[in-house]
Design a protein around this ligand. Structure first.
Ligand code: ADP
Length: 616
């Protein structure tokens, strides 16, 4: 469905109608009665407008020319009635169409968010989040105009136009012919404009969403911005984007506003021709002036809807670009859908086995090679390796954020690619390196671990994670909102909240990505104590950055450039003084580091090189 053609913003005219058809097909049915009612109001508007022009002949001929006093009241009242009806109908259609438009925006917002939730990690690792959000926002409002524009313009202006042209033809067929000559050049010019604007609009939307996305990123990363005094650089970049966006908007205005001089000019020709011909005819023939006044009124009244219709086409063009971009997201098929016969994962002992697992992110070189090991059920397995060795990838594969390229991962003998992703992830609790707190209260943030957890369970988890004390000290306790104007939490406190979230999930498997950044001693001790509770009795795989974690682990797996180079217990690996692990550990001890930070990882690389040199 998602053609490459549309990505580049060059849509064939056929595609334009396909988009309108699709929007109507997907949403139209629920709004049929709204449209019927709106159409009735619109028809009333068109009818009363045409009536106003038509009655002009009687106004002139009957009232002024023949001086029929008996008709004065009737004609005046009927004009007043037409205007009252028109007012009511205008109100009715505007309210109905706004309601439909708002509902449509809500529908697409819901659909887009739900669809984003379904997309695979690959989509998010290759897309900038702020930009996606900005693009969605911009495009959703575009889709509202598509319906409002088509319906309002087609129904109100088109119907009005037909009515008025009807009056013109009825009053004077020959003069009408003059007036209608404006049609073909106008249509030709509008379609030429539309083709030009399609590309301009597409690019402008992209630049705008980049701009808003970049702004959002700068605000989110304000601490880094200030720390690295990046303000001037970022402002410079932002000003470039703003200038680009401004220039594009100006270009769009220059192109689309070409419509005004052209339609004014064509309109002027028509008026001149009509008045010239009618004046000539009036001079040489005797005809009451009513017909020509009615004709001119219709022509004047028709001029606005005709101009609006032409303008609408141009606006519609942008809305269509918006709609196509929305469908690009909606049509992105999530990869690695569950197999049709996927079962539920049943976890007993909780053994996790990597069996000859290979993995590559894309066409590039593989990042994991033929990796096999067992993380025994209920025990803690520490993954050690230099940065870039593939530790995070391994954790991602276990959660099926990506599918393995070769081999398989088994939990209690069940291949994880044969069970539903939901059942797999429900058995896993994950504590990331950077604790992420979502909008909402502290309590909400813990409860995301298990939505049906009771308050007592949430509090129990917080106590186990050594978080209960500081949460109670917050202004509203568990109900304190996190983030702006709410609780200001330290790094250690955030970590303990995310550990409480993992604890309340009560899953048999725990995945831990240890923080590399140091906390103050007290926080550190509490986070460690919280983690010790969390790992008890669970199959834990931890990306270890702390020496104590590695030493206390039941099993250690040493990764090097995506390969498993050593595994065993601390004692077992230390027994061989030539093992990479032992060298690394000794180097590390000499350095007196408590944390396997970058320095330590460099030490590990050195140890690996020394090992390789000794082996060769
Ligand atoms: P570690 O966690 O040990 O630091 P990672 O698993 O993050 O290592 O990375 C292993 C390798 O995979 C690195 O070379 C990294 O550049 C690459 N990599 C990680 N994430 C992606 C991704 N989303 N797309 C492409 N390559 C990636």
């Amino acid at each position: 469905m998602n053609s490459n053609k549309s990505k580049r913003g060059r849509a064939a005219p056929g595609e334009v109608y396909a988009v309108i058809k699709r929007i109507a097909a997907e949403n139209g049915r629920d709004f049929v009665w709204h449209y019927v009612l709106a159409a009735a109001f619109l028809a009333a508007i068109a009818g009363t407008t045409a009536f106003t022009a038509w009655i002009m002949r009687d106004v002139i001929d009957e009232i002024f020319y023949r001086q029929r006093a008996d008709l004065i009241v009737l004609i005046s009242l009927s004009i007043a009635a037409a205007f009252v009806l028109r007012g009511i109908a205008t109100y009715g259609q505007a309210v109905i169409l706004a309601k439909v438009g708002n509902n449509l925006v809500a529908r697409y917002q819901r659909r887009l968010f739900d669809h984003l939730m379904k997309l695979d990690m690959e989509f998010f690792s290759t897309t900038r989040s702020g930009q996606v959000a900005a693009q969605i926002n911009e495009n959703v409002s575009g889709i509202r105009s598509i319906l409002n524009i088509t319906v309002t313009s087609i129904a109100r202006d088109f119907v009005s136009l037909i009515g008025l042209v009807g009056v013109m033809v009825f009053q004077d067929p020959i003069l009408s012919l003059f007036a209608l000559l404006i049609g073909p050049p106008l249509v030709f010019f509008v379609s030429h404009l539309m083709r030009r604007l399609r590309r301009l609009n597409h690019d402008a939307i992209l630049v705008n969403s980049r701009l808003i996305g970049a702004m959002q990123e700068a605000i989110q990363g304000m601490a880094i911005v200030k720390a690295f005094t990046m303000e001037d650089q970022l402002s410079g970049k932002m000003h470039d984007l703003v200038a680009d966006s401004e220039a594009r908007s100006n270009k769009i205005a220059r192109v689309s506003e070409r419509l005004s001089p052209i339609s004014e000019m064509l309109g002027g020709f028509v008026f001149a021709a009509v008045i010239g011909y009618a004046g000539y005819r009036a001079t040489f023939g005797a005809q009451p002036p009513g017909t020509i006044v009615a004709f001119l009124t219709a022509l004047i009244l028709a001029y606005d809807p005709a101009r609006r219709l032409a303008r609408t086409q141009v606006g519609l063009e942008r809305a269509l670009v918006n709609a196509r971009m929305i469908y690009e997201v909606l049509d992105t098929v999530p990869r690695q859908e569950d197999a049709a016969d996927a079962g539920q994962l049943e976890v007993g002992k909780g053994d996790i086995r990597f069996d000859s697992v290979s993995f590559r992110y894309g066409p590039e070189a593989p990042v994991l090679h033929d990796l096999s090991f067992l993380a025994p059920g209920g025990k803690t397995t520490a993954i050690v390796g230099a940065s870039g060795a593939g530790k995070s990838t391994l954790i991602a594969l276990l959660q099926r954020f990506y599918d393995v390229s070769g081999g398989l991962i088994e939990i209690d003998g069940q291949d994880i690619s044969t069970v539903t992703k939901r059942s797999l992830r429900q058995q896993i609790a994950y504590v990331s390196q950077h604790p992420f707190l979502f909008e909402g209260s502290i309590g909400d943030n813990i409860r995301y671990g298990r939505p049906d957890a009771t308050d007592t369970e949430v509090e129990a988890a917080a106590r186990q994670a050594f978080a209960d004390d500081f949460i109670r000290e917050q202004p509203k306790g568990y109900d304190t909102p996190v983030g702006e104007s709410g609780a200001t939490l330290s790094g250690g406190q955030r970590q303990r909240i995310s550990i409480a979230r993992a604890l309340v999930r009560n899953a048999p498997i725990l995945l831990l990505d240890e923080a590399t950044s140091a906390l103050d001693n007290e926080s550190e001790a509490r986070v460690q104590a919280a983690l010790a509770t969390a790992t008890k009795g669970r199959t834990t795989i931890v990306i270890a950055h702390r020496l104590s974690t590695v030493i206390n682990a039941d099993h250690i797996v040493v990764l090097d450039h995506g390969r498993l180079v050593e595994e065993g217990t601390h004692a077992g690996l230390m027994a061989d003084p030539n093992s990479i692990y032992a060298r690394f550990h000794n180097l590390h001890d000499e350095a007196g580091l408590g944390l396997l930070d970058d320095t330590a990882e460099t030490a590990l690389e050195e140890a690996q090189r020394a090992g390789a040199a000794a082996g060769s």
